[in-house]
Design a protein around this ligand. Structure first.
Ligand SMILES: *Cc1c(COP(=O)(O)O)cnc(C)c1O
Length: 356
């Protein structure tokens, strides 16, 4: 069977909108898209009066190279958030289908599913916050079309093994797509095995989410990427808006994905990784900190005696962190993003009770 058999029938047969940009490429005089013939006031030569390429060839090529896949396996959209939403819309019939998630995890999965009218089946992570594959398989009813695995997981920070992902993917083949959200994978230890993107060639029902928002410092540019079988990429392009990526964002991403930009990103990832070790050790020794969860990401989640008091203490130093007490089994926890070494020192000083 094809993975497309899992999609909503009305999406499979949809006649998609065909934009002017899709129908015709480059000519000398472009009078086909009702664009302004003049660049806007104050613009340089970046052709802002023209609609951007729907999936810019240069960017898609660069992303395929970066993630080690073929261009046909890449979809670039407005953040991973858009890819998550497109997957729900393409594969989940309202009132009938479901997604499977393992809380505590990223909140967008359940929100997007509920907007689409899909049911959300929850199989909690184990006590040590690892994935309970056995329980997930037991809960994967025929209604489940998407299984979402966040690794390293937000907000707990731990990574899932490739073996567990492969086991899950094989077990639900022909029934569901396993979507692995690797927003933080660049920060993980090499022993975690890196990205599962190379496995999409082997498993037609495996999809991988990547983002430029974290390790590549481009949260403001809103570019997220889905890596999956060309059939899935093609299907989602049918329901995606015709010109998802703004021209200045494409330019910004290409700059950061240049050899020089990648070298800078690599240095910053190394800083975050060493800060993670240093700050975790220092936090663990503070009174009032019960535990710091091991993390493969660019944040540390800690359990505290008194979360309100810790937050007050940080706020007195003008430091804002994320309250994650709303998540199951994290009723005493805070998530702190790793900053520059100086910023991290401020956090440690604030929590050690150093006066403002
Ligand atoms: C930050 C984050 C993303 C990235 O989202 P974008 O829309 O690409 O900025 C994706 N997944 C998880 C789990 C995240 O924490």
């Amino acid at each position: 069977m094809s993975v497309l058999d899992l999609a909503r029938p009305e999406i499979r047969t949809l006649q998609p909108y065909s934009s002017a940009r899709m129908e015709a490429g480059g000519g000398a005089v472009m009078l086909n898209a009702n664009e302004s013939a003049w660049p806007p006031f104050g613009a340089d030569d970046s052709a802002l009066n023209r609609y951007p390429e729907p999936q810019p060839a240069a960017l898609i090529g660069r992303l395929a190279q970066l993630y080690g896949v073929r261009r046909e396996q890449v979809l670039a959209g407005r953040g991973s958030d858009e890819a998550i939403d497109l997957l729900m819309r393409a594969f989940c019939r309202a009132g009938r289908d479901a997604i499977l998630i393992s809380p505590p995890t990223f909140g967008m999965y359940a929100v997007c599913a509920r907007i689409q009218g899909a049911d959300v089946i929850e199989v909690p992570l184990r006590e040590d916050f690892t994935l309970d594959v056995q329980a997930m398989l037991a809960a994967a009813t025929p209604a489940v079309k998407l299984v979402l695995v966040c690794t390293p997981n937000n907000p707990t920070g731990q990574a899932t093994t490739h073996a567990d992902i492969e086991r899950l993917t094989r077990a639900v083949a022909d029934r569901a797509i396993v979507v692995v959200d690797e927003a933080y994978v660049e920060f993980a230890d090499p022993e975690c095995g890196g990205s599962v993107a190379p496995l999409i060639a082997r498993y037609g029902n495996l999809a991988v989410l990547r983002t430029l928002s974290k390790a590549y410092a481009l949260a403001g540019v809103r570019i997220g990427v889905l890596l999956a079988a060309p059939e899935i990429i093609g299907l989602l392009r049918r329901i995606m808006s015709p010109y998802p990526l703004p021209a200045p964002c494409i330019e910004g991403a290409l700059r950061v994905l240049s050899p020089q930009g990648l070298a800078i990103a690599a240095r910053r990832i190394a800083i975050i990784r060493s800060e993670r070790e240093r700050v975790r050790n220092a936090l663990s020794q503070l009174p009032g900190v019960l535990a710091v969860l091991p993390s493969q990401a660019n944040f540390l989640t800690l359990r505290c005696d008194d979360v309100d008091e810790v937050q007050r203490c940080l706020l007195a130093h003008s430091i804002i962190v994320r309250d994650v007490r709303g998540h199951p089994r994290l009723g005493d926890a805070l998530r702190i993003t790793l900053g520059t070494p100086q910023q991290n020192d401020c956090v440690l000083a604030a929590l050690a009770g150093v006066p403002v």
